[in-house]
Design a protein around this ligand. Structure first.
Ligand code: MTE
Ligand code: MOS
Length: 744
């Protein structure tokens, strides 16, 4: 079944924040942001602005009625800078004008007197200075120190990963509208309507019941709007509170790129120990996370790095430590995979390192260590593993050795074009690792004409969650999906929502919707039975009577046709005092093989194919699932290959536009993406057994890094550093840097 939004998307009729009809008298906001990465904010000069055409007023930190704070986990993030600035792009003042252009023009007229302070952009430097946002986190399984002593082989190294710009097509933005008795309605492009509501309440001082947040859909979020939509909503709400007018702010692309955080860069150390049979016996890793200037979601992102630091492998002795390092960059944040991919890149680097030194393929080590049922993750949960199944089903369909032979034969006769391949198994835990967040609610109305309205806490951001919600309701009632309308995500209809994140939105909100619909269905079955002169226990079906007649009859009998239901994932929990527990409802597995061709004269490369066997459970919508896999893979490839976030030593973003930040376009996607569904009949906690598919496929993209590395190694003997992204420039430097000579 197609995504229910396909038609309105293609016709340009889908409504995003900037398409909401504006109310007369709406003011437009623009932010004046810090030009300096670290300094003492001595004064702000707004005298020139007030003379500008159309300007209504300027708002500074001191004007706020509520608290100047939006930091959710740690209160270290002012809405507007006060006393100091901590990154280039930090909002200092809000300019309000009659038009967007006037607001932008006027904001440029503000100046600030800032006394510069030393700028730190490197997480290891921050750690050495003791500048950690939260204390280090650690996972321990077994005893690595003892285990290393017995290992036949031990290798140590370092891995570096850069960040990634979310580049959602719709930039951040909000529109605040004043309501009766001091209330405010906020339209926001956010993954977390409740997070926005809380932030707005904090900066305005309003109680939550006076602030309504409404979200139609996002033109992409990818984690970037889980926490970072709060600032823009807060800015509009504060301005509305002060002026009594509706206020809108939709960021320009360069404002968005400059002022918002990205995927966290990491710098990591690893040590891996293997026995003579290539079994990984011990693994140690230290992760230095570049959190940026304030906490944001960095600690839970860091935790997920630890949760996924052994990827799909069973390693009996693990010590993994992670440091949340404060630097003078925009606060980095959630990004598809939420720290998991960063952990996986490091173990894959360690395996590649060991393989090269031992003269075996990385695949041999990977295969020898795949998780089996009952194996313990470093955090205590036991695996129900599809790792080996996805590997062997991928091998049976795609024939790894034939692909390897093809690459070897090609390389034997081709001097400057070299092929490389790599295997990339994945294992990703589904559930928020913070257990209380695994709850959701759904409100279902059946109207007297038989049509059905569903509201949930899930936000549609292109991932197709609304389609899945409509499918759930349609399936329970036995209706066509066109009979179901999924409405905006609104804090008045659904309260206290978790953000749409962790790939768990469809499961959590789908289960709540299923419960609500089943409750109404039970009531309707009683009515149907009585209409047929039967007992319900005689096995009546909804389809035994005409749906519309049934609904009307139920209404006339004063039967409740609405339901508000709650779902909380059973059986999960995690105890940070021991760093053990059962945090995930289930894991998603898969295995990909990635093939590339590198042009060893120019450093350019093409991704020839990504073929994967992916664990869908039982997909409830293969079109949506395939879309998520293809999109996730390409986004992962972008992170690993061409997307290069560049800050200079002064903390200024150099890759601040699409002319300087390259993302995969249609020409750089793999020539072939093959997706084979894993055949498995296991039960799981997913909605209709359809496992979450939002984030895991991104991690197949990691394989591209290692495939390119293997192609380079086919050209010359060298040891490229584990340093991504592998841009063509970096490939070229590895192809021709001294001291190693060409191979052939
Ligand atoms: N797909 C599209 N098209 N747009 C997005 O913003 N976000 C990803 C993923 N797929 C995203 C997407 C991220 S980061 C997550 S956590 C999941 O979708 C969230 O949605 P789900 O829980 O419904 O899978
Ligand atoms: Mo996704 S990074 O959990 O929003």
């Amino acid at each position: 079944m197609k995504n229910i939004d396909s038609h309105s998307h293609v016709r340009g009729e889908s409504v995003y924040l900037d398409d909401i009809p504006v109310i007369r008298g709406t003011l437009y906001a623009c932010v004046f942001d810090s030009p300096i990465a670290h300094g003492k904010l001595k004064s702000v000069d707004t005298s020139e602005v007030e003379k500008c055409e159309g300007v209504i007023r300027v708002i500074l930190a001191g004007d706020l009625i509520g608290e100047n704070q939006i930091g959710g986990i740690v209160p270290d993030e002012p809405l507007l800078a006060d006393g100091g600035v901590h990154f280039v792009g930090q909002p200092i003042a809000i300019v309000l004008a009659e038009t967007e252009e006037q607001a932008r023009k006027a904001a440029k007229k503000i100046t600030a007197d800032i006394e510069p302070l030393p700028v730190v952009t490197d997480p290891r430097v921050a750690a050495a200075n003791g500048d950690l946002i939260v204390p280090p986190k650690k996972f321990v399984l077994g005893d690595t120190a003892a285990a290393f002593a017995d290992c036949a082989h031990v290798f140590e190294g370092r891995a570096e990963q850069n960040g990634q710009e979310h580049l959602y097509i719709e930039t951040q933005g909000a529109y605040a509208v004043p309501m009766e008795s001091g209330g405010i309605r906020v339209y926001s492009s956010t993954q977390g309507p409740t997070a926005v509501q809380r932030a707005v309440c904090r900066v305005t001082g309003l109680p939550m019941h006076k602030v309504e947040v409404d979200v139609q859909r996002l033109g992409g979020g990818f984690g970037g709007k889980e926490d970072q939509a709060n600032a823009w909503a807060g800015i509009c709400a504060v301005a509305t509170q002060i002026t009594g007018k509706p206020v809108k702010y939709a960021l320009h692309r360069m404002e968005d790129m400059r002022m918002t955080g990205k995927r966290h860069p990491y710098s990591s150390d690893y040590k891996i120990g293997l026995d003579a049979d290539l079994k990984i016996v011990a693994y140690e890793a230290s992760f230095y996370q570049n959190a940026g200037a304030s906490c944001d979601l960095s600690p839970p992102v860091l935790e997920r790095t630890l949760f996924h630091c052994t990827n799909s492998y069973y390693i009996p002795n693990v010590t993994a430590t992670a440091y949340c390092c404060r630097t003078n960059l925009p606060p980095n944040t959630a990004f598809r995979g939420f720290g998991g991919p960063q952990g996986m890149f490091v173990i894959e680097s360690a395996i590649a390192h060991a393989a090269e030194k031992l003269g075996v393929t990385a695949a041999e080590i990977q295969r020898a260590n795949l998780l089996e049922d009952g194996d313990e993750f470093p955090y205590g949960q036991l695996a129900e593993s599809e790792a080996a199944a996805s590997w062997s089903q991928a091998d049976a369909s795609f024939d790894f050795s034939a692909l390897r032979l093809e690459a070897d034969e090609f390389n034997a006769t081709s001097k400057y074009l070299k092929k490389g391949i790599a295997l990339m198994p994945i294992c990703f835990g589904i559930s928020f690792t913070k257990t209380p967040m695994n709850q959701a609610r759904s409100l279902v109305h059946v109207y007297t004409d038989g049509s059905v309205a569903v509201s949930t806490g899930a936000v549609e951001m292109g991932q197709g969650v609304n389609t899945k919600m409509a499918q759930v309701a349609a399936a329970v009632f036995g209706l066509d999906v066109t009979m179901v309308k999924v409405h905006t995500t609104n804090t008045l209809r659904i309260a206290n929502t978790s953000p749409t994140a962790a790939s768990a939105a469809a499961d959590l909100n789908g289960k709540a919707t299923q419960i609500a619909c089943e409750t109404i269905r039970e009531r309707l079955l009683d009515v149907a039975a009585s209409m047929l002169g039967k007992e319900t226990s005689e096995g009546v079906a909804l389809s035994d009577v005409d749906w519309k007649d049934l609904v009307m009859e139920a209404h006339l009998r004063r039967v409740n046709l609405s339901e508000h239901s709650h779902y909380a994932t059973p059986g999960i929990g995690f105890d940070w005092s021991t760093a053990k527990g059962h945090p995930f409802a289930y894991h998603v597995y898969g295995t990909a093989i990635v093939g590339v061709t590198v042009d060893c004269l120019r450093g350019r490369y093409e991704i020839d194919y990504v073929k994967c066997c992916h664990d869908f459970g039982t997909s409830m919508n293969t079109a949506v699932g395939l879309g998520q896999i293809e999109g996730g893979i390409v986004q992962g490839l972008g992170w690993m290959t061409m997307e290069e976030v560049v800050y200079d030593e002064n903390g200024k973003l150099r890759s601040n536009a699409l002319s300087t930040y390259k993302v995969p376009d249609i020409y750089s996607v793999p020539k072939e993406i093959d997706v084979l569904p894993l055949h498995t009949n296991r039960n799981n906690l997913a909605i209709f057994n359809s496992k979450a598919v939002g984030e895991p496929p991104l991690m197949y993209g990691i394989g591209a890094y290692f495939a390119i590395r293997n192609a380079i190694k086919a050209f010359r003997d060298c040891e490229p550093e584990f340093d991504c992204p592998f841009t063509p420039e970096r490939v070229l430097m590895n192809l021709y840097s001294e001291p190693n000579a060409e191979k052939n």
